[in-house]
Structures are given as C-alpha cells and as structure tokens.
Design a protein around this ligand. Sequence first.
Ligand SMILES: [Zn+2]
Length: 389
Amino acid sequence: MAMNSEQILARLIAFDTTSRQSNLALIDFVRNLLDDHAIESQLVTSEDGARANLYATVGPDDRGGVMLSGHTDVVPTTGQDWHSDPYQMKIGDELLTGRGACDMKGFIACALAALPDITAGALETPLHFAFSYDEEVGCVGARRLVDALAGFEVRPRLGIIGEPTSMQMVLGHKGKLSYRVTVSGFSCHSAYIDSGVNAVEYAAALIDFIRGMNQRAQAELTDPSYSVPHSTFHVGNVRGGTALNIVPRECEFEFEIRNLPQQDLHRLAHDIRHYADEVLLPDMRERHPAADIRFEETSHYPGLHTAPDAAIVRYTRGINPVDTLGDNVSFGTEAGLFDEIGIGCLVCGPGSIEQAHKPDEFIARDQLELCDRMLKNLIRSCRDGTKLG
Ligand SMILES: [Zn+2]
C-alpha cells in the first residue's frame, strides 16, 4: 500500500535528523521509497560520509526539468518545552505535531507521496528531487550538492524550495555571511601599556566600525519589501583578555552580515576587512610586528531576488492552488545557491514559518493537502511537457 503524505511525514519525523548529526537513516528510507518506484538516486555526502544529500531525476535525462528541493535536517529540541515526543508525530484533528513538521519534512513528505502518481505514466519534462543536509547551520550540505550539480551536463531548469510559506510564492530573502575574527596584539603589564598592543581595544574599534556599517548600508540602499529594509551587521559574541592588569594579547568575536540580495555581500564584507587591514593593522604593527587580525568565514549563503515575471514564477502560478505572492522573508534558504548555477528558484511550501524552530512545531493538515494538490498539477504539467519559459 502506498503511503500518503501524512503517513510519510510520520516516518520522516521519527528520524532524529538534528543538524550535524547523521541523516543517513532518513536518506536510506527515502532511497528505498525511490527504489520501490524504480527511480535511481545518487548521494553527495559530507566529507566524513556521515551525512548525505540525495539527488534523483525522474523522466528524460537529456533536458532540465523542475526540481523539488528540501532540507532533511531539523533544529534541536534541547531546552524546548514540548508537550509530546517531538520525534513521534502527534495527529490532531487539524494539526500534525512533531519536530520538522513544517520545517520542512512536510514538503518532502508530499514530494514522496506523489511518487505513485509521478511514475504512473511517462513524463515529457523531468522532475528532480534534491534533499540536503545541514541547511539549518548555514546551507552546508546544499553547497556540496550545488558543486556536484554544476558539473552535470543536464541540470534542473527551475526549482521550488519547499520551506514553509503557507504555500505562498516567496521571491526574495536576504543572504548571509558570517565570520570569526581573531585580533592578536602583544601582552605586557598594564602599567606599561606603551609597550603592548591591546587586542581588546583594537577589536572594539573594529566592532564599532561594523556597527557603523548599519548606517552606511541604510544610506546606500533600502528595500521596503523587507521588514528590516536594509542590509544589517551584527556582532554576536566577544571574548578577550585575562586580567585587568594585563594588556590583552588576544580577542575573538563573531559577526554576521545579512544583505539585501541587490547588494553585493562580499563587497560589504570587503569594506570591513579593508578597515582592519589598512587602518587598524598598520597602527598595531607599528607597536609590535607580530600583531594580526584574522578573518575566518564560518557560514555563507546568497540571497534570493527572483523577478515577478521570471519563468519559475509564471510556472508555479500555473500549478499552485494558492495564487499569492508572499512578502520577502527574513529567513534564508538554499534557493540563492541553486539560483547561482542558473536554476530559477522561488520558495513555496506547506506550513508556516511561525511554527518553525519552536516547541510543539506543527503543520496544518490542510497545508499538506494544498501541497499535494500543487504537486498533482505539477505532475500533469510534466506529463504534458508544459513549457518551462
Ligand atoms: Zn527550513
């Protein structure tokens, strides 16, 4: 007996796929389902092989089709007050509760529940599945998948990223770039500060510059379609120094940039590095040649800025029972990464981001139904070979 989307969702939720843990048990389950329908899949694994992206194509392999993309990892439940076992789906009259219900195993469940329909007849336009790992910790898995896809002769033309948008079509989100910065000075007794280089004070100068970037970014570009209408800069933690009477040798802090997708993320980062390298560092080195400021990129994903008349938007409008363009969102997705290799993307999936990452995360059953309906229409259009624009 084929499983419907709710039944598959219950199975997916039961795999604890918290980011950075292995997702292989879930991937195995998905692989077997695809196998049952004679669909070959390939894995693109993490370096240590403990996690995997799964990619599969149904239909002709000589042309690009429509990709359904979702991440298999979920955020931790640690410290959250759940009223039921997060890894055992609770079935209510209207809601299905469990970790990952809306973010975003619901979408993956719908995609898999459609397999019998997908394989019931030949497809003119291929369908692709792309299920990633470690999205929640900075789109780590999808990056490897995108690298692999970039080398394929044929890749998807269009992509629907099924993050929870209540099935509205979302065309934009910000990108993000984060760094760990280590400022190294020179230590000495605090009574003799002239012979030292105070790492905390130079870090503070750099942090203040980063803070000032908010005003500059705001003056440069605003986009009222975002609730925070400009690129933002933020320092999240700082550690430095050992004792008050010692000039601190080292100070470490982390910061992030969330850019409007119209604004070049690396250029914004460059301004900060430039200040560190050209203003702070020469001053530090004049006091001691061993002084240094090091930047280590800790995560990065590009924003998404899809035009309202783009092929993916026209196409999705033709299959989605919810014909609503949603507001740009503040959360990031893998869409920008796929978009960078020429796969036109939008974000559209069942459930609401309001419930994501929270205790008692749920998805409304009628959201799954809407997604099932969209996929039914999608399959029909793939059968008919509807133009992808
Ligand atoms: Zn998500």
